[in-house]
Design a protein. Structure first.
Length: 156
C-alpha cells in the first residue's frame, strides 16, 4: 500500500511504503505490527540519517528518473545519485534498497549495477496495452540481469 496507513489497515495489506511527508516509520510499525513490510522513500543521505531505520524493512531510493506515475517536483537523482545513496546506506546499515521512479526495461541493468537489492516498476508495466505480457517480459529481463549481476532475487 502506498502512503495511506488507514487504507493499509482496512485492506489488511502486507505493509506500506511511505514518503517523507507521510506517517512516521515508527508509528507505522506500531500500527501495522512487526510482520508488516515498511519502506520509506529517501532522496538523499539526510533523509536516510533522519529515518527510524529500526522500524524499516527497506529504503526506496528515488526518484531515479523522471516519471509520470507520481507528481515529483524534485530533480531526479540519476544513476550517480542512486549509486551514492546506495553506498552511503551500506556504510551505516544492511537495510535493503529499492530503486524507484522512471525505471523501465531500457534502464533496468544500469539500476542493478548501482547495487540496489530491488527495482520498482510501475509505468513500464501498468500503462501498457498488454500489462500481463509486459510484466512477464520485464520479469524475464530482471531474472537475466540478476543472474549476471548477483542482485538479491529474494527481495524483488
Amino acid at each position: 500500500m502506498n502512503d495511506n496507513i488507514d487504507v493499509a489497515l482496512a485492506a489488511k495489506a502486507d505493509g506500506i511504503h511511505i514518503g517523507q511527508g507521510d506517517i512516521n516509520a515508527s508509528l507505522a510499525r506500531e500500527k501495522l505490527g512487526e510482520a508488516a513490510i515498511i519502506g520509506l522513500t529517501v532522496k538523499n543521505m539526510e533523509d536516510v540519517n533522519q529515518a527510524a531505520i529500526q522500524s524499516l524493512d527497506y529504503f526506496g531510493i528515488g526518484g531515479v528518473f523522471p516519471t509520470n506515475s507520481k507528481n515529483n517536483p524534485d530533480v531526479s537523482l540519476g544513476l550517480d545519485g542512486l549509486r551514492k545513496i546506495v553506498l552511503g546506506i551500506a556504510e551505516i546499515s544492511n537495510i535493503k534498497t529499492t530503486a524507484i521512479a522512471g525505471i523501465n526495461e531500457n534502464n533496468l541493468q544500469e539500476d542493478a549495477k548501482c547495487g540496489v537489492n530491488r527495482i520498482a516498476l510501475i509505468s513500464s508495466k501498468c500503462k501498457r496495452h498488454l500489462p500481463k505480457k509486459t510484466a512477464q517480459s520485464i520479469c524475464n529481463k530482471i531474472n537475466h540481469i540478476m543472474d549476471n549481476h548477483a542482485v538479491d532475487r529474494r527481495h524483488l
